[in-house]
Structure formats: C-alpha cells, structure tokens
Write a protein that binds this ligand. Structure first.
Ligand code: 13P
Ligand code: SF4
Length: 355
C-alpha cells in the first residue's frame, strides 16, 4: 500500500482529495462505477452501472470537469456524450477492459463484409449492435450502419429493437450477454452463429451458416464473470437452501439459468436492497461490489458466489484520483477524434432513446 500511495498515507490522500473537491465545488463531478474500490466510491458524486453513468454523464450540463472512475470504455463514452465546454478525465489509462479488447474495428469489419457477401443484398438485413464494453471505433461503426449500443441493463430491449428493423442481428463483443439476452427474447439456440474471428473467416460453410442464423455472436468474454460456474451455484444452494442467487448476465448461460435472477450491476444493487430483511443472497459479480452490498445491508447476509476481482477496475486508487484532481482539466484527458465521436454518439443516443 505504502508503495502505491507514495509517501502519503491514506489520511493525507483523503484530506487532499477533500480539499480539491471543496475548491472545485460544482465545477467538478466525479462518477464511479459500482466495481470501484470503496475508498474511491467514497468520493464519487454519483455511482451507477454503465447505462446509469452514461445517462449521468450526458445530464451534467453545468459542471466543467468530469472525472470518470471506471474502465476506459466508460470514460470514453462520457467523452462522447459530454457538452462542448467540458473535459473528461480518467485516472488511469491502463485500466482497460479485456472483454472490450476481444474485438477491434478491422476484425468486425471483416465479419460484416463476409455477412454482406453471404446475403448479397445490402446492410438492412443485418443490424449491428455493440455492447457498451467496446472501443469508440466500434460504437462509431454501429452508428454509421444504423445500429446502436447497449448495456447489460437494456440488451434484451436492444435486441428486440434490432429485430424490428432487420432480419438478423450482429452483436459484439460479449458472447454470454448475447446468449443470455437471446434466451430472454426467445431466439432458438440453433439460430445463433458464434463468430470466432480466428476461424470463421476461413470456414468454407460460413455463407450457408450466416444465411441460416438470425443472431451472429462475437466470441468474446469477461474473465471476471466466466469464472462463476454451475458448481458454485449448486454449492451455494447446498450450503444455504433458502438462499437467493443473483448474477450478472456476462456469466455463462448455464450459470444464469441456475440462478434466481440476473441483471446489470444496478439491478443487482436493487435486488439486494429489495430482498426482505434476514435474506441470504449469493451474488455472482465483481467482489468490490459484493463486499459493499454486504456492508450496506447488515440486516441481510450477502455472500460472494465465488471471489472474482476485476484487476482493471482495481487499478484506480486514491493516489491516482488525487493526481487527476491536481491536474484538473489537463491530466489524462480522454479524447476521441471528431468523426468517430459523431458516429459513436449517434449509436449511444439511439441506446439512450430506447430507455
Ligand atoms: P454494468 O453495466 O452492469 O455496470 O456492467 C459493466 C461491466 O463492465 C460488467 O462487467
Ligand atoms: Fe471488463 Fe469484465 Fe472488468 Fe467488466 S468486469 S470491466 S467486463 S473485465
């Protein structure tokens, strides 16, 4: 700890952050994702899931400085949605998302072109939808092709929206959120084609498979959530037969099927909040959120389904937050080139309009 925080102890860091916040007053808004460490959340003006935080970022009309404590794609989305006079800063550019990194523009374009060739009559037949956990270039790709962004709280709604205007949906980059959303809206398994960027482009049967599929799913995953297994669910039920189990939809489909409920981080917070006093709840998501829910609900027993930490979310600490506040408006400013920004904004706004 001493090494990470340099020569300052935690109290000094807290004092200096408090002073910076006081000095900046309403000019500053700090947004914190639910997976952030408690000490960072203590200084957040707002906390939320990816959808809630992008709504909040878009709603901040007055402040000048937005400091985003989360992973990079989240800060990038805030940058895309911000007002002209604002800056968005991210305390650590190395805090990326390995799931987002499974898809890049070149590989997605290759899949898109193969699909267009297989259908050979224009892009209206396939609607691209990207998960929020993706780089700005992919959001822009969706924006310019009539598609949208979605998060874990509105993926089934976004899927329905896509199928209202196209015959097929191409969703990237999270296979598991894709499978769980497809199940929710009743897409049969045999109509799902898993797109593996390593092997699908070479598959001689790919055209036929694309024509037979209604959903093309990118083969990407979140290691934090695929850590949870059916075995974990069964063990929890055996240990505590009356317990409820809630998981995030980035978990494997079979885990979601065995759980009592699934939803975004905000949904999980509400689920625990609304459970009757005395309940026992096992939660399958990132450990910092699970531990906080336990502390905030002492009248309930909240346990992790298994311990799983997002090392990228964890990169942001008090030292980095202070460094960002001391370089307000300058240090680690997030930037997106104007054309990408405009097209990505269209896809994000389509999502925000969807509700
Ligand atoms: P939420 O949108 O549910 O907050 O999820 C973000 C995320 O990165 C989950 O791993
Ligand atoms: Fe990315 Fe998974 Fe971490 Fe969420 S929990 S930020 S999806 S690696």
């Amino acid at each position: 700890m001493a090494e990470t925080y340099g020569r300052m102890d935690e109290e000094e860091l807290r004092d200096r952050i408090r002073n910076r916040k006081e000095a900046l007053g309403k000019r500053l808004v700090i947004l914190g994702h639910h997976y952030q460490r408690q000490e960072v959340i203590d200084f957040a003006d707002f906390r939320g899931d990816s959808l809630g935080l992008s709504r909040l970022a878009a709603a901040q009309k007055e402040c000048e400085f937005i400091v985003f404590c989360g992973v990079h794609f989240m800060a990038e989305s805030a940058e895309i949605l911000r007002q002209e006079h604002q800056t968005v800063q991210h305390p650590d550019f190395r805090a990326g998302c390995p799931l987002a990194a499974t898809a890049d523009l070149a590989a997605v374009k290759q899949a898109w072109e193969i699909a267009q060739d297989a259908l050979d009559d224009g892009s209206r037949r396939v609607m691209p939808v990207t998960y929020m956990n993706s780089e700005a270039a992919l959001k822009a790709f969706c924006g310019r092709n009539g598609g949208a962004v979605c998060t874990s709280s509105n993926a089934p709604a976004a899927f329905r929206w896509a199928f209202r205007q196209a015959e097929k949906l191409f969703f990237f980059p999270d296979e598991h959120l894709g499978r769980n959303s497809a199940r929710q809206i009743g897409i049969p398994r045999q109509e799902i084609l898993l797109w593996d960027p390593e092997s699908s482009p070479q598959d001689p049967e790919i055209g036929k498979k694309i024509r037979a599929a209604s959903l093309l799913l990118w083969k990407g995953f979140c290691h934090v959530h695929t850590h949870f297994s059916v075995e974990h669910v069964r063990k929890a039920r055996a240990a505590s037969p009356g317990a409820r189990i809630v998981v995030h939809p980035e978990c494997l489909e079979e885990v979601v099927r065995e759980a009592d409920a699934s939803g975004s981080t905000e949904f999980i917070c509400r689920y625990v909040q609304e459970a009757p006093a005395g309940s026992t709840i096992f939660v399958g998501t990132e450990i910092n959120l699970v531990s906080r829910l336990g502390r905030e609900h002492p009248d309930k027993q909240v346990f992790e389904l298994a311990r799983s930490l997002c090392p990228n979310m964890f990169r942001i600490d008090l030292f980095k937050l202070l460094r960002t506040l001391e370089g307000i408006g300058r240090f680690n400013r997030v930037s997106v080139d104007p054309q990408t920004k405009e097209q990505a904004r269209a896809a994000l706004e389509r999502m925000l309009e969807m509700g």
